[in-house]
Structure formats: structure tokens, C-alpha cells
Design a protein around this ligand. Structure first.
Ligand SMILES: [Zn+2]
Length: 93
């Protein structure tokens, strides 16, 4: 896997973050397609920025709610209603 693919995926997700609602999904989809095409596994810090189901860029307080449940973080996408459990990340390296 290549460093530049990750850079490009991150760039696309950054665009998704700053762009207006209608377009942000497109950037997320582009980033996911890029990862798929290049068989790159997106690292969790990128992966958890969007909904794996509907590709919405997730913004806490807007279309994302995060809850702690059973020692795990539950990400709830308000756009499609899907849940995703994440381990609590305590890694700093
Ligand atoms: Zn969703």
C-alpha cells in the first residue's frame, strides 16, 4: 500500500469535511473508491470519519452521535440510522 493513496484519501475526506452537504458524500465515495481500487485499507482514523453504509461524512453534533456502550464507542449515523461499534482508542502512537 502506498503512502500517497492515503494522502489522497485524506485530502478527499478533508474536502468532504469543508464542503456543503450535498457534495460531501461524493468526496467520501471518491475516497472509498480510491481505497478499493488500490486495495488500500484505510486506517481507523480515516475510516471512522464517514459512515460505512451511506458514505455520509460524519460530523459530531450534526449527523453523528457517539455514545459509550459496554466499553465501546457506538457511532450512530443519523442519515441512514446505522450503528457502528468502535473500540475505545487509547493508542497514542
Ligand atoms: Zn449512514
Amino acid at each position: 500500500m502506498s503512502e500517497s493513496v492515503l494522502k489522497r484519501a485524506e485530502y478527499l475526506l478533508d474536502q468532504a469535511k469543508i464542503t456543503k452537504d450535498g457534495l460531501s458524500k461524493r468526496y467520501v465515495i471518491l475516497a472509498r473508491k480510491l481505497a478499493m481500487r488500490t486495495r488500500t485499507r484505510l486506517p481507523p482514523e480515516l475510516n471512522r470519519r464517514f459512515c460505512g453504509k451511506c458514505s455520509a461524512y460524519l460530523k459530531p453534533g450534526e449527523n453523528l452521535s457517539v455514545r459509550l456502550h459496554g466499553g465501546k464507542l457506538v457511532y450512530y449515523c443519523k442519515e441512514c440510522g446505522s450503528h457502528r461499534r468502535m473500540p475505545l482508542h487509547n493508542k497514542s502512537h
